[in-house]
Every structure is written in structure tokens, then in C-alpha cells.
Design a binder for this molecule. Structure first.
Ligand code: SF4
Ligand code: SF4
Ligand code: SF4
Ligand code: FES
Length: 704
């Protein structure tokens, strides 16, 4: 490594690696140089002139955000000239600014407001009429208020470089310059809101949040997004038991500040008008509201009756319920009612991967690996659409580290733009395509292979054999769909595998077998919609459904129990890379209960309380830590909002039955399984895409 460069800032003798920017060197030494356009991780812009500093022997003031430190450099950040320059820059930025802070969404969190407060002048010398342009709505979620824009280009860069979308540009010149969308007057983009989040002022605002509250009126609760399997941390702004905003500005999770549209906006299902808020029992063909005590007693009595006569139970769990709930459900099924007929909607073949990796060490990829490893191979998946955060990591890896990306997918994907090689494969032929890039892959120093449900069963073993044949360190990631798809498997929501992938003595029925069976006495469905397309009579089967909405399955139920969402409970979830994170309860929805409590109450009513143990999330997690392989993770990491890597099983697991039934739902950026149907924001974007002509009408919907 090259020798560090020595220099001084404000009299402090410092050193830093060659190439370090003055602005970064100052930050590390605790010296603030104010910036607007500079943003760590994105290309340099030098547009705002807020960061001017004096450097001895340089005739003019220098832009600290593009100037690398040099040997012997003497930098001054607080001279009268620097102070005057900052004041002038701010006065200039406010020339046409409307100063509508009292009604601006950004008020209280605005970098311009803060800078003017700290460095600006109390009065302006400009008396001319300000240039005005009307506010524009570019999409259901993105609004642009030109006069507030300080032309820092952060939005343009995050969209181009961070998202790989390039939906924003600039039009006009001088004071008439404006940011403009890529498609005439509207956006064709991911609707991720990253541009809104990164905007230092209130020029870009969100359709979901604007004019609803002031930031200090909300409680800010850090929890985990309940949509895809990537496990992004989202900080929910909650007021009066309503989620108003989602963001991750404190960059505290694995995802830094990244969120896609689902994590940022699709929390609105929580207060959807069709949300179930009372238990219901089917009386005479109609679901009628009843009290919780009546519903629980009714379910427990029926379960007991069927158990006593050794009847047949089927249990289908969820890919979004917590690890604690999944663990408790399988314990209830196996010990409480004595069945291995338990399953969930499986979307990736994790168990075959763990089995194939038996004897390998350090072979499962973390979400950090997608950013740090030298090469990434994507097999099958449209990563940007199906695994948005992992795709964001890969893009950042290519920008910051020059990582090589290889793609084998059936169709064109966004990763093609950054790929060293991209192959189009026909379904079933993915491994043949890999053979063609073997030489290039073997020349990489290390590799992450991420694959979707096109690789399952024996093909997973072939993929691992291929990875072994490369002769380089390879880490794998089996891509799954939902926020706790991985946890559902780890916790044993499988007919032939117990928690921690221990084989069950006698395999039970799969979800498909259960929904096809005509002799089930009880079907207990927790947070899933397996009967969505069922076209048959269910008269013989007593169906109990724990749900947030009256899904197709809930409509067929004998008893429906209204469940709390992931944002309304505590517990843990495990993401696609096996990272365990904590959900933190952000709000209450009247009438609902967390699934864990519902199961606990049914168990208690059946006299199983002692056998099943307490139904409090922390206590169940203690049991998981003690009993489930790989989950003895450090509690302080999780308790403080961090992600703890679970340790994979390292030994043969055996064959998972019916690996061929594994099927991803292939959700896109604007769908999220059953849950997505109840998000007004996601539907508004989908609606706009289906019917561009109806866009104005639909977007009107979100006007305050
Ligand atoms: S919402 Fe996301 S994709 Fe759309 S313009 Fe903004 S940053 Fe780009
Ligand atoms: S809209 Fe915001 S982020 Fe974009 S250039 Fe203007 S001030 Fe900067
Ligand atoms: S990438 Fe996945 S986990 Fe992250 S915000 Fe989007 S849907 Fe949520
Ligand atoms: S922060 Fe340096 S020019 Fe904008």
C-alpha cells in the first residue's frame, strides 16, 4: 500500500491514503465541511460550491469535494473568506427559492434550512420577483417542485448509478434549469423513491407522505420490510397508530439507505379498509363476527375432537410470519396435534443447497458479499426486479470495486448493462450455459453464485459440483421470495424436515397434497392463501385461517382469526442470506393479534400450554437459539437492530420430497404476493402502467 499523505486541516496534522478527498479527510478528523452536491458513493459533481476551502499556495478557494489531499497541504475551513463564500453560496441558492419552509415536507429535516441556520445570512439582498414554475407530478409517488431545487444532481446520480435506471436528467439553462423525468412529463422507472430520499431539500416529495405530518410529530420505529426476502431495514414514521412514512436515512441496516418501492411505501396495507378486525365463525354459510374468546374456544374444541379420534390434520404456514411463529406452529403441529403434515409455499431449494454443500465451509453468501466479492454470477433471476437490494449491492460493487458480473437468464435483465458476460438460457438449460463461461469464471479470484427456482433438486447439486470444478472460493445464495421464506424452512415448516433441517421420522404431506386431499379433517392455514385457485367443495374439512384479509382461502374458512402484520409485532425474521434480524412493533391495529399469541391461546385452551411453552417472542427465540442449528446468534447484535448471520448446517440433509414443487411467484417490483393486492400505492403504479391514459385520474387519487 502506498505511504499515507501528510497534511493539515485547521492546524491539525493529519494523514490519509493518497487520493482521499479533502472533504472526507476532514470528516474523519471531525471537521465539518458543508456540502450539498457531494454524496459518498456516487460520482463527483462539484455543482454547488458549498464546500469551498482555502488551501495555502493556491490562489483561489478550492472545492473540497473533488480535491484530493496532497503532501504538505495546508487547508483552512474556517477563515473569514471561507465563511463569506458559504454565506454567498447560500444567498445565491436562495435567489429563486420560495422559502415556503412552513408548508414544505422537508421542514425540520432540510439540509438547506440547516445550512442557512448555521452559515447563512439573516437577510437577502435580492428584491426582484422570483422565477416560478408550477409543481409537477411525475408518478403516483414522485412530485417535483422546481423552485425548491438547488440543482445538486444527487437525484440524477442515485437514479443512474445507484438504481441503474437513469430516469432523471436536466433541462434548460441558468436559472431556468430544472430536473426532468425520462418520459415526457412522467416517470417510467422503479418508483423506488431513492431520489426523494436523497434530495437535500423539499424539491422531490413523496405522494404517500406529502403534507401529512411534520417529522417531529412521528415516532420513528426501525423494523424489517415485510415484502421480499432481502430483509431491508425500514424506519417507519408512525403517528396515532398509522404508518405515515418509511425510510432508512440513518443507514443503520444491512441495506444502508436503500429501499425499493415496497419497503418505502407499501406499508399502507396495514390500514386498508378491508383489514380484518374481528374473529369470524361461519354460521349457516356466512362468516359472522364473534368475540375472540368464542372463536378460540370453538377452534380448540374442534382441534381436540379431531385429535381425540386420531383424525387428519393439515397445517400450512407462512413466508412472512416470524421465526418464533413458525417454530411455534411446527411445534404445535408435531407435538400438540401429532402431525408432520406441515408445509408452506416454497420458493427456493435451500435444503438441497445445504445438502450439496455438506463438508464445504464458508460457502453461503452474505448480503455484504454481493457488494464485496470480486465476481457475481446470477442464474435465472431478474435480480433488479425480484431481489432489489441484492441488485443494488451488485451495482455498487461494480462501481466501487470493479467487480465482474455474469448473467445467465432466460430474458434480458438490467444486470446485462454491467455484465462481463450475459447468456440467454432456455428454461432447464441454465447449466449448459454455465459451461460456456467456465473459463472466464475460473479465472476470477472468487465468486458468488445466486440462483433462483430454475435450479432445484439435483440441479442444485450439479451447480455446486460446477462451482467446485472452478477451483476458486465460491459462495452461494439460493434466492427465495418473501421476508421470512428462509426462516420458514429453517424453522421446519416442512413435511420431512424438523427445525434446523433435521429429518422427520415419518414425512408428512406437502402443501399441494394437503390442498388436493379430500380426507383432511382439519386444515389450519396461518398467513397463506393456498386455496386461491381451489375449485372444489370443502364441506368435510374444518378450515381455520389466521389472516389479515378475507383472502380466497379465508372466504372458505369455518373460522377466521384476524392477524397482526409484521409491522404490528415483535419477533425475528431471516433473510435470503440467512441473516437474522429483529422486527419491532410499530403500531396496533384494533381487533388483531399476532399469530404467535393466537396459537398460544388455542394451545392453552386445548391444555397444551405446558407442552408448547410460553408464546412470547423473546422466550420462543431463546428456545430457538437453544434448539435450532445455527440460530445461537448473539442477542446484543439483534437487540440493537443489527443482522446476525445464522450458521448453516454442515452435513448431509437428505432429499427434500417434491423439490419440483418449489416455485417462485416471480413477483416484480410492484407486486408482493397476496399482501401486494392490499397496497394502494403498489396498485396505483400497476394501474398506471396498465392504463397510461388513465394516469392523470389515478394520480389524482394521491393528491392531498
Ligand atoms: S423513483 Fe427511483 S427509479 Fe424513479 S426516478 Fe427516482 S430514483 Fe429513479
Ligand atoms: S431535485 Fe433535489 S436532489 Fe435533485 S437536483 Fe434538485 S435539489 Fe438536488
Ligand atoms: S428490496 Fe425487498 S426487503 Fe428491501 S425494501 Fe424492497 S421489498 Fe423490502
Ligand atoms: S459539495 Fe463541493 S461543490 Fe457541492
Amino acid at each position: 500500500m502506498a505511504d499515507p499523505v501528510k497534511f493539515t486541516i485547521d492546524g491539525h496534522e493529519l494523514e490519509a491514503a493518497p487520493g482521499t478527498l479533502v472533504v472526507e479527510a476532514a470528516k474523519r478528523a471531525g471537521i465539518e465541511i458543508p456540502t450539498f452536491c457531494y454524496y459518498e458513493g456516487y460520482s463527483l459533481q462539484a455543482a454547488c460550491r458549498m464546500c469551498l476551502v482555502e488551501v495555502e499556495k493556491m490562489p483561489k478557494m478550492q472545492v473540497a469535494c473533488t480535491l484530493p489531499v496532497g503532501p504538505g497541504m495546508v487547508i483552512k475551513t474556517n477563515t473569514p473568506q471561507v465563511v463569506a463564500a458559504r454565506k454567498s453560496t447560500l444567498e445565491f441558492l436562495l435567489t429563486n427559492h420560495p422559502l415556503d419552509c412552513p408548508v414544505c415536507d422537508k421542514g425540520g429535516e432540510c439540509e438547506l434550512q440547516d445550512m442557512v441556520f448555521r452559515y447563512g445570512a439573516a437577510e437577502s439582498r435580492f428584491t426582484d420577483t422570483k422565477v416560478h414554475v408550477d409543481e409537477q407530478q411525475w408518478s403516483p409517488v414522485v412530485f417535483y417542485d422546481g423552485p425548491r431545487c438547488i440543482l445538486c444532481f444527487r437525484c440524477v446520480r442515485v437514479c443512474n448509478e445507484g438504481m441503474g435506471v437513469g430516469a432523471l436528467g436536466i433541462i434548460n439553462r441558468g436559472v431556468h434549469s430544472l430536473i426532468a423525468p425520462n418520459d415526457g412529463d412522467h416517470l417510467e422507472c422503479d418508483e423506488c423513491g431513492m431520489c426523494i430520499d436523497i434530495c437535500p431539500v423539499g424539491a422531490l416529495t413523496s405522494g404517500a407522505y406529502r403534507y401529512k405530518t411534520r417529522p417531529w410529530e412521528m415516532e420513528h420505529v426501525g423494523t424489517i420490510c415485510t415484502h421480499c426476502s432481502n430483509g431491508c431495514k425500514t424506519t417507519l414514521g408512525v403517528r396515532n397508530d398509522e404508518i405515515i412514512r418509511g425510510n432508512n436515512r440513518d443507514r443503520s441496516g444491512i441495506n444502508g439507505e436503500f429501499l425499493c418501492i415496497k419497503g418505502r411505501y407499501a406499508f399502507d396495507f396495514t390500514n386498508h379498509p378491508e383489514r380484518l378486525q374481528s374473529p369470524m365463525i361461519n354460521e349457516g354459510g356466512k362468516l359472522e363476527p364473534v368475540s375472540w374468546s368464542k372463536a378460540i374456544a370453538y377452534v380448540a374444541k374442534k382441534f381436540q375432537e379431531v385429535k381425540d379420534r386420531a383424525g387428519k390434520f393439515g397445517v400450512i404456514g407462512s413466508t412472512r410470519t416470524t421465526n418464533e411463529e413458525n417454530y411455534y406452529l411446527q411445534k404445535f403441529a408435531r407435538l400438540g396435534i401429532g402431525t408432520n403434515n406441515i408445509d408452506h409455499h416454497r420458493t427456493g431449494d435451500v435444503s438441497s443447497l445445504l445438502d450439496a454443500l455438506s463438508g464445504h465451509s464458508d460457502a453461503l453468501a452474505t448480503s455484504d458479499d454481493f457488494y464485496n466479492r470480486k465476481a457475481v454470477l446470477i442464474v435465472g433471476a431478474d435480480l433488479s426486479v425480484q431481489q432489489p437490494f441484492l441488485a443494488f449491492q451488485v451495482r455498487a460493487n461494480t462501481r466501487h470495486h470493479g467487480a465482474h458480473v455474469y448473467v445467465v437468464t432466460p430474458g434480458a435483465v438490467r444486470e446485462d448493462q454491467i455484465a462481463t458476460s450475459a447468456y440467454r438460457s432456455t428454461p432447464g438449460q441454465e447449466l449448459h450455459a454455465l459451461a460456456q463461461m467456465k473459463e472466464a469464471l475460473a479465472a476470477e479470484p472468487e465468486l458468488v453464485i445466486a440462483f433462483d427456482d430454475s435450479i432445484k433438486g439435483d440441479k442444485v447439486r450439479e451447480l455446486v459440483a460446477f462451482g467446485d470444478s472452478l477451483g476458486i472460493p465460491v459462495r452461494y445464495c439460493c434466492l427465495v421470495d418473501y421476508s421470512n421464506s428462509r426462516g420458514a424452512m429453517d424453522m421446519g415448516l416442512l413435511p420431512d424436515l424438523l427445525p434446523g433441517y433435521k429429518p422427520a421420522e415419518s414425512p408428512g404431506m406437502t402443501a399441494a397434497e394437503m390442498t388436493a386431499a379430500i380426507d383432511l379433517d382439519v386444515l389450519w392455514v396461518v398467513g397463506s392463501n393456498p386455496l386461491e385457485f381451489a375449485k372444489r367443495e370443502w364441506r368435510k374439512t374444518f378450515i381455520v385461517v389466521q389472516e389479515m384479509f378475507l383472502t380466497e382461502t379465508a372466504k372458505l374458512a369455518d373460522v377466521v382469526l384476524p392477524a397482526a402484520s409484521a409491522y404490528e409485532k415483535n419477533g425475528t425474521v431471516t433473510n435470503v442470506c440467512g441473516e437474522v434480524q429483529k422486527l419491532k412493533k410499530a403500531l396496533n391495529t384494533m381487533g388483531t393479534k399476532p399469530d404467535l399469541e393466537i396459537m398460544g391461546l388455542i394451545g392453552r385452551e386445548m391444555g397444551l400450554a405446558k407442552l408448547l411453552g410460553p408464546w412470547f417472542a423473546d422466550q420462543v427465540f431463546e428456545e430457538i437459539r437453544a434448539n435450532v442449528h445455527g440460530y445461537n446468534v448473539p442477542l446484543p447484535v439483534i437487540a440493537t437492530g443489527g443482522a446476525a448471520q445464522s450458521m448453516p448446517v454442515n452435513g448431509p440433509i437428505g432429499r427434500l420430497r417434491h423439490a419440483d414443487s418449489i416455485k417462485s411467484a416471480h413477483d416484480n417490483l410492484f407486486t408482493s404476493g397476496n399482501l401486494g393486492k392490499y397496497s394502494k400505492i403498489l396498485n396505483s403504479v400497476l394501474e398506471k402502467r396498465r392504463d397510461p391514459a388513465g394516469q392523470a385520474q389515478e394520480m389524482e387519487h394521491f393528491n392531498p
